[in-house]
Design a protein around this ligand. Structure first.
Ligand SMILES: Cc1ncc(COP(=O)(O)O)c(C=O)c1O
Length: 380
């Protein structure tokens, strides 16, 4: 539970439920939501609500509603997109970025284990992957390239438009994990040249457990939940209608949001003045305006996160899905950071509620946390 004077700086992990999403779901709970596949009138009304939600999600990013497949969230969308392009028994080649989310790297590993050729694309020290790197690894049988629009730990963006124009010329499909861009920058489906794209509601103030896979109608795709017909045969299972309504309400609001770089930039400048040794991971690269991955020299990020949390500052050491694991960030390692830099890294991810006035309080609490950690009894 957040306290009134807490500083919640973990928006890339999740954004607290927005008032719009809550209101939309509360209103829906007062109606009788039933299975939208039922043919009776109550079912038809539920199907209509589902289609209205789909239209809002699609319209917000300038798409045909038929392209939107509701899923249980970003992880499922990524898996659906990848496994849907690699039916068992068909030899093909997959390219994935080295800094992708584990819900992309996991399926890539699973495909490799069953004989699919998989190449992992190395990134530069600023976290970006260049068109040349992609072209270098491309093969005639490459069936899919997976790249994220913005990294969840560092906010770093690849030059997607340039990469896409090379892939379009060669007719190679591109899957984009756009989960971190949603609500922070425009989703440029067409300019990015994506054949599929993943979205997740809880990153924009919608409920967790609902997301979407956007699918180009012309791209080959095979559902891996065969035998069930929901979502036009692309994702079986009774849809989470309540979740889709919360997602649509959050989406309508998120379309008006964009990350205010000024707050993040002020934070980084102020932090470097107070702690001249800190390093910003991916600093020179194009980055999301709300994300700052910072490496504190000679610190243990986990200990600092805990110390900050005691002072009401909520941050994380990196990806939320690895927060409990001792595995060092694969993103920072791919960027060539040393073990000690990785160990000392923390991610601050700002949200629309933050302004330049947040930064004074934040820097003060970081100073207090660092002072507490260097007190003699903590050094032992
Ligand atoms: C870049 C990225 N991809 C995928 C996911 C997974 O999304 P979800 O939590 O909805 O499964 C996340 C969430 O942490 C993410 O940041």
């Amino acid at each position: 539970m957040l306290q009134p004077d807490d500083l919640y700086l973990d928006h890339n992990a999740t954004r607290p439920l927005s008032a719009d999403a809550r209101a939309a779901m509360e209103e829906a709970l007062n109606k009788c939501l039933v299975n939208p596949a039922s043919t009776h009138r109550a079912g038809q009304r539920s199907a209509q609500l589902l289609e209205e939600a789909r239209a809002i999600v699609a319209r917000t990013i300038g798409l045909d509603p038929r392209a939107v497949v509701f899923t249980s969230g970003g992880s499922e969308s990524n898996q659906l997109a990848i496994f849907g392009r690699f039916p068992p028994g068909r030899p093909a080649h997959l390219l994935v970025g080295s800094t992708e989310h584990s819900s992309v790297l996991g399926p890539a590993r699973a495909l490799a284990a069953r004989g699919t050729a998989v190449d992992v694309l190395p990134c530069a020290s600023d976290g970006t992957i260049s068109p040349e790197t992609v072209l270098d690894k491309l093969r005639p049988e490459t069936a899919l390239v997976c790249l994220m629009s913005a990294n969840n730990e560092t906010g770093v963006r690849h030059p997607l438009e340039e990469i896409a124009s090379e892939l379009i010329q060669r007719k190679v499909p591109l899957h984009i994990d756009a989960i971190q861009s949603l609500g922070k920058e425009p989703i440029r489906w067409r300019e990015w040249g994506a054949t599929s794209l993943s979205l997740s509601a809880h990153k924009i103030g919608g409920p967790a457990g609902i997301g979407a896979l956007v699918l180009d109608r012309n791209a080959p795709f095979q559902s891996w939940i065969p035998g069930v017909e929901q979502e036009r045969g692309r994702r079986g299972g009774t849809p989470n209608l309540l979740g889709t309504l919360g997602f649509a309400a959050a989406m309508a609001r998120a379309a008006q949001d964009s990350a205010d770089r000024a707050v993040r930039d002020l934070f980084e400048t102020s932090l470097k003045q107070v702690f001249p040794g800190v390093q910003v991971n991916g600093e020179g690269a194009p980055r999301l305006g709300n994300t700052s991955s910072v490496s504190f020299p000679h610190q243990d990020g986990r200990v600092l996160v805990a110390e900050l949390s005691r002072r009401g500052v909520h941050t994380s050491v990196g990806s939320a899905c690895h927060a409990g694991s001792a595995t060092p960030s694969h993103v920072l390692r791919a960027m060539g950071r040393t073990a000690s830099e990785v160990r000392g890294s923390i991610r601050f991810s700002f949200g629309p509620e933050h302004s330049q006035s947040t930064i004074d309080a934040l820097i003060r609490r970081i100073r207090e946390a660092m002072a507490a950690l260097s007190a003699p009894e903590k050094i032992a």
